[in-house]
Ligand binder design. Structure first.
Ligand code: GLY
Length: 319
């Protein structure tokens, strides 16, 4: 059922609930889908309780919080992305500037940080005490030698990487997805993450990669992923959902088909976790739905005519 005339909608992964009101208020104030998606995601990036996005995100294996983010404009298929950015608390805003001001789509690492500096973005310490404690416990075995995480010696570094992939398997995939359709029917999709907890420095997941973790096209709809990004990269999962809708599948059928594609992956690192992939999606009329490999996963949405958000179960599609 299409959205009523003049009504916008914001939908996201469950952790986006902290940003839905900001997104809806932005739409009500006349902001675009892009404005609303950015405002919603910034709230998640600022939520220090969220261990998978922005400030408070779990660091990489050498104790640095490295952030990835993307924004895509469904009107024009314009997109901006940053990856492995340190010390900038709102990578989603930097991604927007990449989209709006440069001929590029993706900037990573030092180049992205240089770009952010030139555009006046403020730096901050993103490593909260809780996140640093998790790092010390998991990677240093609880030892605290009083040194800064960043000043650790080569010897400690070698200790840290020893057995690294085993530690990695057990840890966290946290990301936020926000898709917005404004009253004009324009769709935008924003994604932000600190990536896989204790990842290798410089590792990029699906979130900064257009088509893998984020896709939006006004003509067909939008999708965004959370979970183990390597899987979504290999199956171009977000773009697949939109492509399946383009070829006539309903929103629910498109979600299911994109999840079923993941079953073809031969993946020795998949581990035992049931919650390895989640997709939030919207069709071109503003209908929303989501899928997950886990039975427990939910998603949230709020229309501009609702006073608070609603939370719903996702379709479960096990691997
Ligand atoms: N889906 C987020 C990541 O893999 O980094």
């Amino acid at each position: 059922m299409a959205l009523p005339e003049g009504i916008g909608i914001v939908v996201g992964s469950a952790n986006a609930r902290v940003g839905l009101e900001a997104g809806v208020e932005t739409l009500k104030a006349g902001g675009s889908a892009i404005d609303a998606a950015i405002e919603a995601v910034k709230c998640v990036e600022d939520n220090v309780e969220d261990r998978g996005v922005g400030t408070g995100g779990i660091p990489n294996v050498i104790g640095q919080v490295e952030l990835d983010a993307t924004i895509m404009d469904g009107r024009t298929l314009a997109a901006g992305s940053v990856g492995a950015v340190k010390e900038y608390p709102h990578p989603i805003e930097i991604a927007r500037k990449v989209m709006e001001l440069t001929p590029h789509v993706m900037l990573v690492g030092e180049g992205a940080e240089l770009f952010a500096k030139h555009h006046g973005f403020e730096t901050a310490n993103l490593l909260t005490e809780d996140a640093e404690a998790s790092w010390r416990e998991r990677i240093q075995g609880g030892a605290s030698n009083g040194s800064s995480v960043y000043e650790d010696s080569y010897q400690l570094y070698m200790q840290v990487v020893d057995d690294w992939t085993k530690k990695l398997h057990e840890e966290i995939f946290g990301t936020t997805n926000v898709i917005v359709r404004d009253a004009q029917g324009d769709i935008a999709c924003a994604v932000s993450t600190s990536g896989w907890g204790f990842k290798w420095p410089g590792r990029l997941g699906d979130s900064p990669i257009i088509g893998a973790g984020n896709y939006a096209d006004n003509r067909f709809g939008s999708a965004a992923c959370t979970g183990r990004g390597e899987m979504a990269i290999r199956c171009t999962t977000a773009a697949s959902v939109v492509m399946y809708m383009r070829h006539g599948k309903s929103l629910a059928e498109a979600l299911e088909a994109a999840m079923v594609d993941l079953r073809h992956l031969d993946d020795p690192f998949a581990g035992e976790r049931s919650n390895v992939m989640n997709i939030v999606a919207m069709d071109r009329e503003g209908n929303v739905n989501a899928a997950s490999t886990s039975e427990e996963s939910t998603f949230v949405f709020q229309r501009t005519d609702m006073s608070s958000y609603e939370e719903q179960a996702r379709l479960t599609v096990p691997l």
